[in-house]
Design a protein around this ligand. Sequence first.
Ligand SMILES: C[S@@+](CC[C@H](N)C(=O)[O-])C[C@H]1O[C@@H](n2cnc3c(N)ncnc32)[C@H](O)[C@@H]1O
Length: 343
Amino acid sequence: MTFPFDLDDRHLEEIPFLELLPSARHDRLRALILEKRRWISQPKKGFLRYREPMLAISHLRARDCDFAGDIVRIGRGDEISGQERDRVRSALRCFMPWRKGPFSVFGIDIDAEWRSERKWNRILPELPDLRGRTVADIGCNNGYYMFRMLPQRPALVLGFEPSIQHFHTFHTLNSLAGRRELALEPLGIEHLDLFPDCFDVIFCLGILYHRPSPVEALRSLHAALRPGGTVIIESQAIPGDEPVALFPARTYAKVPGTWFVPTAACLGNWLARTGFADIRCFCSHPMSSREQRRTEWMEFESYEDFIDKQNPELTIEGYPAPWRVFFKATKKQSRSDNEVIGL
Ligand SMILES: C[S@@+](CC[C@H](N)C(=O)[O-])C[C@H]1O[C@@H](n2cnc3c(N)ncnc32)[C@H](O)[C@@H]1O
């Protein structure tokens, strides 16, 4: 059973990944997850617009999947009839706008707004060993990176994703792919306190600048890592060498809900002061419309609409145009090593 395809009470209450997370706060976590699952399974219009297309193709299973290439491929075109492919296409269109990808589902190519393979290819040379490991992907969206982790054979990848749209998109894709190592619950980074010392590896990509307190967010990532565990952080950033962060008046590059946009030096300092060790910035690059753009599967404004047309080094609001920075850091092995003084 892949939740939420079979919503009788027996399956609704199954949370098989808990046994892989022995130090999680099981009672509180179980209560929270069941509450959220019951909420999502209500027949409300806002849920049904995703639930109905998901159920319309939930009888299909892909035979041939490939998660190692840039395009996450779930099934080949010749595995289903033309009529079924039309039905799959209509269902997948209901999950628009597709933000992360690319995917190919039974031969239907989904060109998402973000070319997420570019981000993944920057991480790949630094990817920690995931074999047999418990992994969390915070703000995992439709699970593109979770699928890309599968060739490394993790024991569990748990996606945290509160968006109803992305929740259903992932469960639709994984119903077709049938990968039991992957799980996604409608949780947020704010629920990490229920997972003390749980994960060997945590990915936190594209999240920190959306948090009103990035320091609190980093503390919760640190607490949720097992001693010796690794975090991979990717964030929007501003260029510059000073350890400072931009705090926009309202929006940054037209995006509301953007709080602190740090330089790489500033993010490095945040990591150090929240107790991380072995901190390394392994990649930084300016953003571009080659990586984030409008497509047939995301028809709204995209990167080029967010940037000053006369000066591409500025956002539409006149702030420095975004860069992206990547960090790798670890949680020290022993408790005394993890004592952070003066926080
Ligand atoms: C900018 S996207 C980044 C997606 C993906 N991690 C990536 O790097 O491509 C931010 C994601 O965080 C999700 N999100 C929103 N609130 C969140 C929260 N409180 N905790 C975790 N994720 C959240 C959004 O729904 C969205 O999928």
